[in-house]
Design a binder for this molecule. Sequence first.
Ligand code: SF4
Ligand code: SF4
Length: 186
Amino acid sequence: MFKTALHAFITAVKGLRITLAHLVGARRSRKALDVRKADYFTNQDGVTTVQFPREKMPIPEVARYQLDVEIDDCIVCDLCAKACPVDCITIESIKATDVIGKTSDGSVKRLYAAKFDIDMAKCMYCGLCTVVCPTECITMTDQYDRSTPRLADLTYSFAEMAPEEIAAKKREWAAFQAEKEAAKGR
Ligand code: SF4
Ligand code: SF4
């Protein structure tokens, strides 16, 4: 028993010695870095500890975090939803009877966005939706800290139409179609 206890003690001392050697070695070979410094990403030799959430990592320019949609610039073309490999974008459009406006890049808008949801719990941050968007209105932002205990909170809704407005636009389109059909029959 005494032999076993001695062996355990020697092993523990050896382990601690290795840990201390690494600790001292790391502090000698690498300097402490400040995450607030502008050259943080170019300086690869340092070590740092981030006191999250009091302190936050700086965001690189090419970061891909939460998606955002500037709905006024969306032409509801559905390309982003079609490009998404995991089907986490759900769009419902309503046809307008005429041009309803223009986006900031001059694209003509002919569809209303009744629904534009992105399920960020499913999103794998590939960025494909942002690449195919013709008006560049869907973008990846530097927002990464949106933790929530409710899964449903991770579905972001960007459409701004009220249910009454959606119903009215649908009726408008149905009446327009009916009128067209009636005109054909005359
Ligand atoms: S980033 Fe990728 S996975 Fe996420 S919504 Fe866009 S296409 Fe889909
Ligand atoms: S690709 Fe762009 S314009 Fe088309 S529906 Fe998606 S966000 Fe809107």
